[in-house]
Design a protein around this ligand. Sequence first.
Ligand code: SF4
Length: 235
Amino acid sequence: MSVTPARSTAADAAEAAAHAQPEPRLRISEIFHSVQGEADAVGWPTVFVRLTGCPLRCTWCDTEYAFHGGQWRSLDEVLAEVVQYGARHVCVTGGEPLAQKRCVDLLARLCDAGYEVSLETSGALDVGAVDARVRKVLDLKAPGSGEVARNLWSNLGHLQPHDQVKVVIADRTDYDWAVAQLREHALATRCQVLFSPVYGRLAPRQLAEWILADRLPVRLQLQLHKLLWGEEPGH
Ligand code: SF4
């Protein structure tokens, strides 16, 4: 009896293990089911996949708890949890989700699985590799955020009509800045533009009156989830 086949099998297994790609993983802050509070899909039951980490520090950030912590999860594990909620919409958010390079793989997998997928991104990282089926909600950081220097203007060239640009506005200075960008970059010809007041700092009615007075082609956005649940995490 020869032992050669057994040696060969063991050697093959060792070689296969050496060449195996590590399973793609992402650091996940939380996955939860809620009502989409922002942007074009507002009001739809949605599964949110919140990725850990962000290289920015906006003054009015409401998800600082996602800067650190979370758990490493494989893409298969994330997909398996998402499917349990039976929702048609999935929103990948953060933090800044694109700070993890495997985020683009997750977005493509979700699209392949047939979901309506949106991505909430700070606008500071390149969106060029994001799957074209994803609806990008791209922030432009106004001066009041403290991060205006981080806007990556080349991202505007990657916008499609189904995407949205969002400006979060803290005061009149931010508003004037946003109007200047709207005009300089012809934002409203590229996609929908959303102006959103900083929760608790700028009265929504004030922003509405500025928009109407200037006849702006933008949508006023209130954060529906804040109206429903305040600042409770998990919504
Ligand atoms: S980009 Fe978003 S998550 Fe990051 S600090 Fe700003 S608001 Fe917070």
